[in-house]
Design a binder for this molecule. Structure first.
Ligand code: PEP
Ligand code: MN
Length: 338
């Protein structure tokens, strides 16, 4: 960080700032300009509370230089991370896989029909919620472990890897036993104990952006998983809350290249939750591929009109087929495959 002193700061005030910096175990490097003095702080100040410096007499402001995240930063690892969920679903390379399936697992037949439709459309992994985070406590909460078993049966039948959400620390072990990739939903993106727990298990983690999270906060959430030993983190842009209400959320497309510039972690785009409307999903999927996303997460239901959850944003198997075909052409235009 850099401490910018006020033009009227006295020598004593500057010395006091330097003393405090040294007390923090850091090195001060004062630079005297024609109008004011700035004190550059040398060393990793991320573990220090720089706010105390802001209140010292003579200090104008404190400017952070280091990003608040480390393991996820491109400065720490220059080659891009590639996360392997299965042989056919490798995220972060030139291939852009599609993770598709219903919002919730509703029955053994529904998830099996969905998995076959994902396979037929050319998808690469099956999504489906067994543990559902619902805004209303009276809504369907998911089948839990029984839902995981239905997902596993669909994987056995189609060979598709499973991506499914884990809601609580208590369920991490059982979800990790069944799933090929654990999803952390938007509502849990700042549940630090859960992030630590998925950081300690071996399966890859799809970390969805909190609906009110900045990019910096998303990368700090990823840091919880990485710093607990799990390098296989996939970020997911799924839309954020804004004043706009024609869509359920606002899919922040610019977050995709911005995250790529700041982090080596791969990024999935979820245009289903990002728009909330089936009619908008294909356009935003194509736009996401053009913006450089490393995979797509798409809600598809064999019968969207009768879906138990998120039916309005779920596309049909035929629409998934068309979506993948058209996205493949967009991917080719930027030297990627699908
Ligand atoms: C989901 O993927 O079905 C889901 C609940 O997503 P989100 O956490 O992004 O709302
Ligand atoms: Mn959903």
């Amino acid at each position: 960080m850099i401490v910018v002193m006020k033009a009227a700061a006295t020598e004593d005030q500057i010395n006091h700032v330097k003393e405090l910096i040294r007390e923090m175990g850091l090195t001060d490097h004062p630079i005297q300009g024609s109008e004011l003095t700035v004190v550059a702080v040398i060393g990793d100040d991320r573990k220090k509370d720089s706010n105390v410096l802001e209140n010292l007499p003579g200090v104008d402001r404190v400017v952070p230089i280091l990003a608040p995240y480390k393991l996820s930063a491109v400065e720490t690892k220059s080659e891009r991370s590639v996360v392997r969920i299965s042989d056919e679903c490798v995220i972060g390379g030139e291939h852009v896989p599609v993770i598709a399936g219903p919002c919730s697992v509703e029955s053994e037949e529904q998830i099996l029909t969905s998995a076959k439709a994902v396979r037929a459309a050319g998808g690469h992994a099956l999504r489906g919620g067994a543990f559902k985070p619902r805004t209303n406590p009276y809504s369907f909460q998911g089948y839990g472990v029984d839902g995981l078993k239905m997902l596993a049966a669909a994987r056995d039948a189609t060979g598709l890897a499973i991506v499914t959400e884990v809601l609580s620390v208590d369920d991490v072990d059982v979800v990790s036993e069944y799933a090929d990739c654990l999803q952390i939903g938007t509502r849990n993106a700042a549940n630090y104990k859960l992030l630590e727990a998925v950081g300690k298990q071996p399966k890859p983690v799809l970390l969805k952006r909190g609906m009110a999270m900045t990019i910096d906060e998303l990368l700090q959430a990823a840091e919880y998983i990485l710093s607990n030993g799990n390098p296989n983190v996939i970020l997911c842009e799924r839309g954020i809350r804004t004043f706009e209400d024609h869509t359920r959320n606002t899919l922040s497309l610019s977050a995709i290249p911005e995250l790529h510039q700041r982090s080596h972690l791969p990024i999935v785009s979820d245009p289903s939750h990002g728009t909330g409307h089936a009619r908008l999903v294909a356009d935003m999927a194509r736009a996401s591929v053009a913006a450089g996303c490393d995979a797509l997460a798409i809600e598809m239901h064999p019968d969207p009109e009768h879906a138990w959850t998120d039916g309005a944003q779920s596309i049909t198997p035929q629409a998934l087929n068309d979506l993948i075909k058209s996205c493949t052409r967009i991917a080719a235009a930027i030297d990627r495959s699908m």
